[in-house]
Design a protein around this ligand. Structure first.
Ligand code: GLA
Length: 466
């Protein structure tokens, strides 16, 4: 099975001068900080999800692509038994040193380096490393944080890759993706596996349909005549520091059990909507019908759920809730289920539309599916925010064929599909009507970080420093 590629840093000069320059700067800063040059630089990209939001943890396929922006870690092995970690952006990310024996991931107050420790711990445990080597580390990232472009997962992935490489372990991309998806949960968020999978499995030039259990990917060829544009609404959400995300995960788990019960399926035999759909052998249309007839609009109270399922409160906590949702009293089941099943269906339609020959129909179909996805995220899943709703509307009004939030939501970025010939006027309109009016919220950001066209980038890799 393929492992993440290993390159020589000096060769990068011939293929990507800009990245080579950045890596040279990282090596220089590393030397100033720790007294000698790093041995290697590990790199993991962020991603933009084109369609398939909040459905990976329900077992359904998603359709992301890697972006050029990434998180990189320059590393040197040590025999001090310690991890020393710093960031090139020292103003915003403070240094930290810890003994390897005493690594703590503080869920109640997540700091940037805790994500690194997730990846570190994931490899150490998975490979049963008794004496992992110490590491001096300098991190530099270009993925904007809390923007829905997966900066946290890229940091977890780069940490996993760096730890594996430093300890002489060669692990396949598929296993790396799997390990990193699981170990990111040490920080407390119950994400699915999309971000880590695309970070390791991406290939330049192609988006991927990613399916789970078992993890696999299929190449998706994107339209030639259109480009995907990312725009950041500049509202930030730190999903590890709030319970919005885990609340949705809980609602999906509970709804799976309620629908199972109503349709004669043993509730302990299904964990995800996908398990349930498979058990029922139901089409998406059929299961959407079951949602409509079986679940009511009003939020379900905890006692109502216990009564329907015939379980105790302790069992509800065990089956469906997490540390930060264990005390939640009401759950919206119908709306969340409608979003997940219809979104999973849209992903398959999007993939089918990508294979269409007729260019115009294809791009229009993709645009319509993206917009429908946004409406469902906003209305049924309630993971948008006012600014994202406004920005996606403006993108559509400025020439995009479709526009939607991307990533977890509640802030962060939108992705739009824009016909190539309209790109210039699109960018100008969105800039003048959204970004030029942002005032304070633009502080510390440049225009090319908040509004840019993007192409599918490559997956995680290692550069050996000579
Ligand atoms: C986060 C999670 C992913 C996925 C998205 C929403 O990025 O890490 O697994 O659930 O949110 O689609």
């Amino acid at each position: 099975m393929a492992t993440p590629p290993i390159f020589q840093l000096e060769k990068l000069m011939d293929t990507d001068e800009k990245q080579h320059k950045r890596f040279s700067q990282m090596c220089e800063a590393f030397k100033q900080k720790y007294g000698s040059r790093p041995e290697f630089i590990a790199r993991a990209p962020g991603r933009v999800n084109l369609i398939g939001e909040h459905i990976d943890y329900c077992g359904y396929s998603v359709l992301p692509m890697a972006i050029e922006q990434d998180i990189c870690a320059a590393v040197k092995k040590t025999n001090t038994g310690e991890i020393r970690i710093c960031n090139l952006d020292a103003k915003n990310y403070k240094d930290f040193t810890t003994s390897i024996k005493n690594i703590i991931i503080d869920k109640s107050n997540p700091q940037w380096f805790h994500y690194f420790f997730c990846g570190f711990k994931g490899i150490v445990e998975n490979e049963s490393l008794q004496e992992p080597v110490g590491m001096d580390i300098l991190v530099h990232g270009t993925v904007p944080k809390n923007a829905g472009l997966s900066s946290s997962s890229a940091l977890v992935c780069v940490a996993g890759l760096a730890t594996a490489f430093a300890n002489g372990k060669s692990i396949s991309k598929l296993n790396m993706a799997d390990i990193c998806a699981k170990c990111e949960r040490y920080i407390g968020t119950q994400g699915g596996g999309m971000d880590q999978s695309i970070s390791f499995l991406a290939e330049k030039g192609a988006a991927k349909l990613i399916s789970f259990n078992p993890l696999r990917t299929e190449e998706v060829s994107l339209p030639d005549g259109s480009v995907f544009v990312i725009s950041n609404c500049c509202v930030e959400l730190n999903k590890a520091a709030t319970s919005h995300f885990n609340q949705r995960v809980a609602e999906c788990k509970i709804s799976t059990k309620v629908l199972a019960k109503q349709n004669g399926v043993d509730i302990t035999s299904v964990k995800t909507f996908k398990d349930l759909q498979t058990k029922l052998e139901a089409s998406f249309d059929k299961i959407l019908d079951l949602v409509k007839t079986g679940l009511h609009d009003e939020p379900y109270s905890r006692s109502e759920i216990l009564e329907i399922l015939g379980i105790s409160d302790e069992q509800l906590v065990e089956y469906c809730l997490s540390e930060n949702t264990k005390d939640v009293q009401t759950f919206k089941l119908r709306q969340r289920s409608e979003h997940v099943f219809s979104e999973a269906q849209r992903v398959l339609k999007f993939k089918e539309a990508c294979d269409l020959k007729d260019m115009q129909n294809k791009d229009e179909a993709l645009g319509n599916l993206m917009t429908a996805s946004h409406v469902s995220c906003s209305k049924s899943y309630e993971c948008s925010c006012l600014e994202l709703d406004q920005l996606t509307q403006l993108c559509r009004d400025s020439g995009a064929l479709g526009s939607r939030l991307t990533g977890a939501g509640w802030g962060g970025c939108a992705v739009s599909i824009v016909p190539s010939e309209k790109l210039e006027s699109f960018l100008t309109k969105v800039k003048t009507q959204y970004f030029d009016n942002l005032g304070q919220r633009m502080t510390g950001r440049t225009m090319d970080e908040v509004l840019f066209a993007t192409k599918p980038g490559s997956g995680a890799s290692v550069y050996v420093v000579n």
